[in-house]
Write a protein of this length. Structure first.
Length: 180
């Protein structure tokens, strides 16, 4: 019988020299180590959310669950009490203007108010309504434009101005006269 396969022929593989064998052995150790190091760096760059991080702190949780919007319901039929300039000043403006914080003209300081008074009442009211410098719109309060104007007149007059008290808006004036 004739055997078609020659079993005595030398078996040849991809590695033919001792130099190739050495490089293959070195690469078989180095390549997996490099891959493991790269994977560790990839996993390590992510933000940690386990123990020892602030992701579960009160501030972080409150920031994640804060409401997207808020609804404030007010009774439109109720006649709103119109506050005086002094009441608005005490409730909102005094926080900065009493001590002169953040560049605010100090209450009653005629020298600080004089250049502002020269600009006129309209400019002062505009600044109070829209904010100026570190002051937010309406000083951060929730008052009507008329109440803010009254507070501006109150502060400016204590600072040496002689502005007249602003007239109430027509809707508030008619509601106030109907109540009396």
């Amino acid at each position: 019988m004739s055997d078609s396969q020659d079993h005595d022929a030398p078996h040849e593989g991809p590695i033919k020299t001792p130099k190739q064998l050495i490089w293959t052995v070195i690469a078989s150790f180095v390549v997996p180590i490099v891959i493991i190091v790269l994977l560790i760096n990839f996993v390590d760059t992510d933000t940690k959310s386990g123990a020892g991080t602030d992701s579960m702190g009160e501030e972080a949780v409150a920031h994640r669950i804060q409401p997207v919007g808020m609804v404030a319901l007010k009774d439109a039929s109720a006649v709103a009490e119109i506050r005086t300039g002094e009441q608005v000043f005490t409730a909102q403006c005094s926080a900065c203007h009493s001590a002169g914080l953040a560049g605010a003209p100090k209450f009653g300081d005629e020298a600080a108010w004089a250049p502002r008074v020269k600009t006129g009442l309209d400019a002062l009211v505009h600044s109070a309504l829209n904010g100026k410098g570190a002051m937010a719109k309406q000083g951060g309060g929730d008052f009507s434009d008329f109440e803010i104007a009254r507070a501006v007149v109150y502060m400016a007059n204590k600072g040496g101005a002689k502005f007249d008290e602003p007239k109430p808006p027509a809707a508030a004036a008619s509601a106030a006269s109907a109540a009396n």
